[in-house]
Design a protein around this ligand. Structure first.
Ligand SMILES: [Zn+2]
Length: 453
């Protein structure tokens, strides 16, 4: 009898463990009494229930029954739920950086090259499966034609085709081109990338130029300022500090529109560069910012020794031009995505600088809705179109549950997103205390590292 009971209880134990495992894999969270800023179009929904199961938003409405197993997050009618943010130009590849992005409400990043294999084949899949805290990561494989610049050097069409295959095998999503490829090699990347599903993204290539690149299917221009180098400045003419005539802006907008090209509106990056050229004290100010506690010591060293300070250009006038270009693109409906180049460019901190970029966009005349679109709906639409990938970037049923809970309506103050009340990444909810703990862990690890110096 005793044996029977224990056999039965063991069976029950396994049964309940199995049921529990199922419930675990499709854990539910209900946000109740929240105002929603869906970002699918410019509107708000007041006092809603948003139900998440697994990694999906499964229901949104006034009268939704909250399942008994759901964790409740109460917005008390005052908190706002908006999409998680995306930084579409990063160079981060540490677990610590990924944790800091998440603590800043950044739930998607596009790594724009230099990512080592150990990051792409180990850390990225673990983060994307939800086993490590961080944003969903997409990666670009960086290629160039000269060792003077960045990335793997590729000089022949055969090499280019082989590299696309290698990048696919190793889990990269895009081919990122740098400035010095030959036209033949660029064409091979564009062809083979299209064939294998790794579209070309990246810089203006000097010998090809943006018009030909976009014609051949490059889907994203990695910096708005690439238009200076390979569109506005004629081939063979030296780049100067004088911006192009404002009257030429419509031609650049028309080019991006014609090819439905996405442009990274990384105003924070260009502004940081403009401010630090010739000014070592600006880099010191960046590093004195309290948010810089969360900068990796290796990047801190890189910032202190970066060569921008030693240059002599004056980029203020071009920065003003870039602001007007980006605003004109936003008004014309060019798909703009936010990006920061963090932490490669001094002043651009992982996570924090995405909020700086949104502030720069607003200061450049974009409405708050236009600015927030660059970090939510537009990155989602870009990935959906180019990778036939996951649906994210809006608070809509069926989309990935990447969400930020904030004290105010972000359309009244984008700065409210700097201090999230909580962040959900792929259905995994962390409240402000948990986000602070993530940051504290990162800071403690750097204190330990620097104690050795
Ligand atoms: Zn970059």
């Amino acid at each position: 009898m005793l044996r029977c009971i224990s056999a039965l209880s063991i069976a029950l134990f396994f049964l309940s463990a199995a049921v529990h495992a199922d419930a675990e894999s499709a854990k539910a969270t209900a946000f109740v009494h929240v105002n929603v800023l869906p970002m699918d179009r410019e509107h708000v929904l007041r006092d809603q229930t948003v139900l998440v199961r697994g990694d999906r938003i499964v229901a949104i409405g006034h009268r939704i029954d909250v399942p008994a197993d759901a964790t409740r997050v109460d917005g008390h009618g005052t908190a706002w739920l908006s999409p998680g943010l995306a930084d579409m130009h990063t160079h981060s590849q540490t677990k610590n950086d990924l944790a800091v992005y998440l603590a800043n409400g950044v739930t998607t990043v596009l790594n724009m090259g230099d990512a080592r294999a150990g990051f792409v084949d180990k850390i990225v899949p673990a983060v994307n499966r939800g086993e490590l805290p961080g944003p969903h990561v997409y990666t670009g494989f960086l290629v160039d034609g000269s060792p003077d610049y960045n990335g793997f050097v590729v000089r022949t069409q055969d090499e280019a085709r082989a590299f696309v295959g290698l990048a696919k095998t190793n889990g990269y999503d895009f081919i990122k081109v740098y400035v010095d490829l030959s036209p033949e090699v660029f064409s091979a990347f564009a062809d083979e990338g299209a064939r294998l599903g790794l579209p070309v993204i990246g810089h203006g290539v000097r010998a090809v130029r943006l018009e030909r690149q976009l014609e051949q299917g490059q889907v994203l221009v990695a910096h708005a300022e690439e238009f200076f180098y390979t569109f506005f400045t004629p081939l063979g003419v030296e780049e100067t500090d004088t911006p192009p005539e404002v009257g030429r802006i419509p031609a650049a907008v028309a080019l991006a529109k014609r090819h439905a090209t996405t442009v990274t509106a990384d105003l924070v990056t260009y502004a940081a560069i403009a401010h630090q050229i010739g000014h070592a004290e600006v880099v010191a100010q960046f590093l004195a910012r309290p948010d810089s506690y969360f900068l990796d010591p290796n990047d801190r060293l890189h910032w202190q020794t970066s060569d921008y300070v030693g240059k002599s250009a004056r980029l203020e006038a071009k920065l003003e031009f870039l602001r007007r270009l980006v605003k004109a693109m936003a008004d014309a409906g060019v798909e703009l995505v936010a990006g920061t180049d963090a932490p490669a460019v001094p002043g651009c901190l992982p996570g924090f600088s995405l909020h700086d970029d949104l502030a720069e966009l607003e200061a450049s005349g974009l409405t708050r809705y236009q600015a927030l679109t660059t970090a939510t709906r537009a990155p989602g639409a870009f990935i959906e179109r180019t990778k036939h990938g996951d649906h994210f970037g809006v608070v809509v049923t069926g989309y990935r549950a990447d969400l930020v809970l904030s004290a105010r309506n972000p359309l009244d103050s984008l700065a409210t997103l700097r201090k999230p009340l909580g962040v959900m990444a792929a259905g995994h909810w962390r409240d402000a205390a948990e986000l602070d703990a993530l940051k504290a862990r990162v800071r403690a690890s750097y204190r330990q590292a620097s104690a050795g110096y």
